[in-house]
Design a protein around this ligand. Structure first.
Ligand code: C5P
Length: 236
Protein backbone atom coordinates (compact mmCIF):
# COMPACT_ATOMS: atom_id res chain seq x y z
CA UNK A 1 0.00 0.00 0.00
CA UNK A 2 1.47 3.35 -0.99
CA UNK A 3 1.78 6.45 1.20
CA UNK A 4 -1.74 7.28 2.37
CA UNK A 5 -3.70 10.47 1.87
CA UNK A 6 -5.59 9.65 5.06
CA UNK A 7 -3.15 8.04 7.53
CA UNK A 8 -5.70 7.11 10.20
CA UNK A 9 -6.12 3.37 10.86
CA UNK A 10 -8.95 2.70 13.28
CA UNK A 11 -8.30 -0.23 15.64
CA UNK A 12 -11.56 -2.21 15.73
CA UNK A 13 -10.98 -3.51 19.27
CA UNK A 14 -14.55 -4.79 19.67
CA UNK A 15 -15.76 -8.33 20.33
CA UNK A 16 -18.35 -8.94 17.59
CA UNK A 17 -19.36 -8.35 13.99
CA UNK A 18 -22.26 -6.01 14.76
CA UNK A 19 -20.22 -3.55 16.84
CA UNK A 20 -17.41 -3.62 14.28
CA UNK A 21 -19.71 -2.98 11.32
CA UNK A 22 -21.45 -0.11 13.12
CA UNK A 23 -18.07 1.59 13.53
CA UNK A 24 -17.09 0.83 9.93
CA UNK A 25 -20.31 2.39 8.61
CA UNK A 26 -19.81 5.51 10.71
CA UNK A 27 -16.12 5.93 10.03
CA UNK A 28 -15.33 4.60 6.53
CA UNK A 29 -15.50 7.99 4.77
CA UNK A 30 -13.29 9.67 7.39
CA UNK A 31 -10.40 7.23 7.85
CA UNK A 32 -7.75 5.41 5.79
CA UNK A 33 -8.19 1.82 6.98
CA UNK A 34 -9.51 -0.49 9.71
CA UNK A 35 -7.36 -2.74 11.86
CA UNK A 36 -8.73 -6.21 12.59
CA UNK A 37 -6.83 -7.82 15.45
CA UNK A 38 -6.88 -11.17 17.18
CA UNK A 39 -9.98 -10.63 19.34
CA UNK A 40 -12.27 -9.64 16.48
CA UNK A 41 -10.81 -12.12 14.00
CA UNK A 42 -11.09 -15.08 16.37
CA UNK A 43 -14.64 -14.07 17.31
CA UNK A 44 -15.97 -13.48 13.81
CA UNK A 45 -13.68 -15.34 11.43
CA UNK A 46 -12.70 -14.03 7.99
CA UNK A 47 -16.24 -12.76 7.41
CA UNK A 48 -15.34 -9.51 9.17
CA UNK A 49 -12.64 -8.83 6.58
CA UNK A 50 -15.02 -9.54 3.68
CA UNK A 51 -17.70 -7.32 5.19
CA UNK A 52 -15.29 -4.41 5.61
CA UNK A 53 -13.89 -4.88 2.10
CA UNK A 54 -17.48 -4.89 0.75
CA UNK A 55 -17.78 -1.26 1.93
CA UNK A 56 -14.67 -0.38 -0.10
CA UNK A 57 -12.59 0.34 3.03
CA UNK A 58 -9.03 -0.98 3.44
CA UNK A 59 -8.15 -3.65 6.01
CA UNK A 60 -5.04 -4.03 8.16
CA UNK A 61 -5.04 -7.66 9.36
CA UNK A 62 -3.04 -7.52 12.59
CA UNK A 63 -2.57 -11.19 13.48
CA UNK A 64 1.21 -10.93 14.02
CA UNK A 65 2.17 -14.21 12.33
CA UNK A 66 5.15 -16.00 13.91
CA UNK A 67 5.89 -19.51 12.66
CA UNK A 68 8.13 -21.45 10.29
CA UNK A 69 8.59 -19.85 6.85
CA UNK A 70 6.25 -22.22 4.99
CA UNK A 71 3.40 -21.78 7.48
CA UNK A 72 3.66 -17.98 7.50
CA UNK A 73 3.81 -17.94 3.68
CA UNK A 74 0.61 -20.03 3.49
CA UNK A 75 -1.16 -17.78 5.99
CA UNK A 76 -0.20 -14.76 3.89
CA UNK A 77 -1.50 -16.41 0.72
CA UNK A 78 -4.82 -16.87 2.52
CA UNK A 79 -4.77 -13.21 3.63
CA UNK A 80 -4.17 -12.12 0.02
CA UNK A 81 -7.23 -14.16 -1.02
CA UNK A 82 -9.17 -12.18 1.57
CA UNK A 83 -7.88 -8.99 -0.09
CA UNK A 84 -6.30 -7.30 2.94
CA UNK A 85 -4.13 -4.23 2.32
CA UNK A 86 -1.72 -4.57 5.27
CA UNK A 87 -0.74 -7.38 7.64
CA UNK A 88 1.78 -8.06 10.41
CA UNK A 89 4.45 -10.67 11.08
CA UNK A 90 6.98 -10.95 13.94
CA UNK A 91 10.49 -10.01 12.80
CA UNK A 92 11.89 -12.34 15.47
CA UNK A 93 10.71 -15.18 13.20
CA UNK A 94 13.99 -14.58 11.36
CA UNK A 95 15.29 -13.58 7.95
CA UNK A 96 14.13 -16.67 6.04
CA UNK A 97 10.62 -16.40 7.47
CA UNK A 98 10.35 -12.71 6.55
CA UNK A 99 11.68 -13.36 3.04
CA UNK A 100 9.13 -16.16 2.60
CA UNK A 101 6.38 -13.83 3.85
CA UNK A 102 7.27 -11.05 1.42
CA UNK A 103 7.58 -13.48 -1.49
CA UNK A 104 4.20 -14.99 -0.66
CA UNK A 105 2.59 -11.53 -0.63
CA UNK A 106 4.06 -10.66 -4.05
CA UNK A 107 3.43 -14.03 -5.69
CA UNK A 108 -0.10 -14.52 -4.36
CA UNK A 109 -1.12 -11.03 -5.47
CA UNK A 110 0.23 -11.64 -8.97
CA UNK A 111 -1.47 -15.02 -9.16
CA UNK A 112 -4.88 -13.90 -7.90
CA UNK A 113 -5.04 -10.34 -9.22
CA UNK A 114 -5.72 -9.07 -5.70
CA UNK A 115 -3.77 -6.19 -4.20
CA UNK A 116 -0.32 -6.89 -2.78
CA UNK A 117 -0.53 -6.29 0.96
CA UNK A 118 2.07 -4.21 2.76
CA UNK A 119 3.85 -6.72 5.02
CA UNK A 120 4.73 -5.00 8.30
CA UNK A 121 7.30 -6.30 10.76
CA UNK A 122 6.68 -6.14 14.50
CA UNK A 123 9.98 -5.78 16.37
CA UNK A 124 9.96 -5.84 20.20
CA UNK A 125 6.48 -5.73 21.72
CA UNK A 126 6.04 -2.56 23.75
CA UNK A 127 4.91 -4.69 26.69
CA UNK A 128 8.52 -5.97 27.03
CA UNK A 129 11.39 -4.11 28.68
CA UNK A 130 15.11 -4.88 28.74
CA UNK A 131 14.72 -7.22 31.77
CA UNK A 132 12.00 -9.19 29.95
CA UNK A 133 14.29 -9.59 26.93
CA UNK A 134 17.08 -10.80 29.20
CA UNK A 135 14.74 -13.40 30.72
CA UNK A 136 14.09 -14.91 27.29
CA UNK A 137 17.79 -14.95 26.45
CA UNK A 138 18.13 -11.70 24.51
CA UNK A 139 20.92 -9.77 26.26
CA UNK A 140 20.37 -6.42 24.51
CA UNK A 141 18.52 -3.30 25.51
CA UNK A 142 15.16 -2.79 23.87
CA UNK A 143 16.33 0.08 21.65
CA UNK A 144 19.23 -1.91 20.19
CA UNK A 145 17.05 -4.96 19.65
CA UNK A 146 14.40 -2.88 17.86
CA UNK A 147 17.06 -1.45 15.54
CA UNK A 148 18.57 -4.86 14.88
CA UNK A 149 15.21 -6.45 14.02
CA UNK A 150 14.13 -3.44 11.95
CA UNK A 151 17.30 -3.65 9.85
CA UNK A 152 16.77 -7.39 9.38
CA UNK A 153 13.20 -6.73 8.21
CA UNK A 154 14.47 -4.28 5.60
CA UNK A 155 17.10 -6.80 4.49
CA UNK A 156 14.29 -9.34 4.03
CA UNK A 157 12.45 -6.89 1.78
CA UNK A 158 9.53 -5.94 4.04
CA UNK A 159 7.90 -2.65 3.14
CA UNK A 160 7.14 -1.43 6.64
CA UNK A 161 7.35 -1.77 10.39
CA UNK A 162 5.09 -1.28 13.36
CA UNK A 163 6.84 0.90 15.93
CA UNK A 164 6.13 2.84 19.09
CA UNK A 165 5.91 6.64 18.85
CA UNK A 166 9.25 6.97 20.61
CA UNK A 167 11.01 4.77 18.07
CA UNK A 168 9.96 6.74 14.98
CA UNK A 169 12.77 9.31 14.98
CA UNK A 170 15.58 6.77 15.43
CA UNK A 171 14.14 4.34 12.86
CA UNK A 172 13.79 7.17 10.34
CA UNK A 173 17.54 7.86 10.83
CA UNK A 174 18.61 4.30 10.08
CA UNK A 175 16.02 2.97 7.61
CA UNK A 176 15.63 3.66 3.89
CA UNK A 177 13.02 6.30 3.15
CA UNK A 178 10.58 3.94 1.40
CA UNK A 179 10.00 1.89 4.58
CA UNK A 180 6.56 2.77 5.95
CA UNK A 181 6.17 3.22 9.72
CA UNK A 182 2.87 2.38 11.39
CA UNK A 183 2.50 3.73 14.90
CA UNK A 184 0.04 3.00 17.70
CA UNK A 185 0.18 4.83 21.06
CA UNK A 186 -1.35 7.96 19.53
CA UNK A 187 -3.34 10.38 21.68
CA UNK A 188 -4.81 13.74 20.61
CA UNK A 189 -3.83 16.45 23.11
CA UNK A 190 -7.30 16.46 24.68
CA UNK A 191 -7.60 12.62 25.00
CA UNK A 192 -7.09 10.31 27.99
CA UNK A 193 -3.90 8.22 27.87
CA UNK A 194 -5.85 5.05 28.94
CA UNK A 195 -3.20 2.34 29.44
CA UNK A 196 -0.75 3.85 26.92
CA UNK A 197 2.38 5.05 28.71
CA UNK A 198 4.42 6.72 25.95
CA UNK A 199 2.25 8.60 23.51
CA UNK A 200 2.57 11.29 20.83
CA UNK A 201 -0.19 13.40 19.33
CA UNK A 202 -1.19 12.58 15.75
CA UNK A 203 0.61 15.67 14.45
CA UNK A 204 3.78 14.92 16.45
CA UNK A 205 3.90 11.34 15.16
CA UNK A 206 3.47 12.41 11.54
CA UNK A 207 6.12 15.11 11.92
CA UNK A 208 8.52 12.55 13.41
CA UNK A 209 8.08 10.41 10.29
CA UNK A 210 5.15 8.04 10.78
CA UNK A 211 3.17 7.09 7.67
CA UNK A 212 0.17 5.59 9.44
CA UNK A 213 -1.41 6.17 12.87
CA UNK A 214 -3.23 3.32 14.61
CA UNK A 215 -5.91 4.85 16.81
CA UNK A 216 -8.49 2.98 18.86
CA UNK A 217 -10.21 4.42 21.91
CA UNK A 218 -9.78 8.13 21.13
CA UNK A 219 -12.05 7.49 18.12
CA UNK A 220 -14.14 4.41 18.96
CA UNK A 221 -14.98 5.41 22.55
CA UNK A 222 -15.72 9.04 21.67
CA UNK A 223 -19.36 10.21 21.94
CA UNK A 224 -19.25 10.85 18.18
CA UNK A 225 -16.59 8.64 16.56
CA UNK A 226 -16.96 10.26 13.14
CA UNK A 227 -16.43 13.75 14.56
CA UNK A 228 -13.43 12.51 16.57
CA UNK A 229 -11.82 11.04 13.44
CA UNK A 230 -12.49 14.21 11.44
CA UNK A 231 -10.97 16.36 14.19
CA UNK A 232 -7.82 14.22 14.20
CA UNK A 233 -7.54 14.46 10.42
CA UNK A 234 -7.95 18.24 10.59
CA UNK A 235 -5.21 18.42 13.26
CA UNK A 236 -2.71 17.00 10.78
O1 C5P B 1 -7.15 2.37 21.97
P1 C5P B 1 -5.73 2.58 21.51
O2 C5P B 1 -5.55 3.78 20.59
O3 C5P B 1 -4.74 2.57 22.65
O4 C5P B 1 -5.45 1.30 20.61
C1 C5P B 1 -4.18 1.06 20.05
C2 C5P B 1 -4.20 -0.18 19.20
O5 C5P B 1 -2.87 -0.45 18.79
C3 C5P B 1 -4.69 -1.44 19.93
O6 C5P B 1 -5.30 -2.29 18.96
C4 C5P B 1 -3.40 -2.05 20.44
O7 C5P B 1 -3.49 -3.43 20.58
C5 C5P B 1 -2.45 -1.70 19.30
N1 C5P B 1 -1.04 -1.67 19.70
C6 C5P B 1 -0.56 -0.84 20.70
N2 C5P B 1 0.77 -0.86 21.02
C7 C5P B 1 1.59 -1.68 20.39
C8 C5P B 1 1.14 -2.50 19.38
C9 C5P B 1 -0.21 -2.47 19.05
O8 C5P B 1 -1.31 -0.08 21.28
N3 C5P B 1 2.86 -1.66 20.68
Amino acid sequence: MSQPRNPIIVALDVPNLASALTLVDQLAPAVGAFKVGKELFVATGPDIVRRIRDTGASVFLDLKFHDIPNTVAKAIEAAVQLDVQMLTIHTSGGLAMMQAAQKAAVDAALRTGKSQPLVLGVTVLTSLNTNDLDAVGVPHDVGNQVERLASLAVKAGLGGLVCSPLEITRLREILPHHVQLVTPGIRPADSKADDQKRTLTPKEAMTAGANWLVIGRPICAAPNPRAAAEAILASL
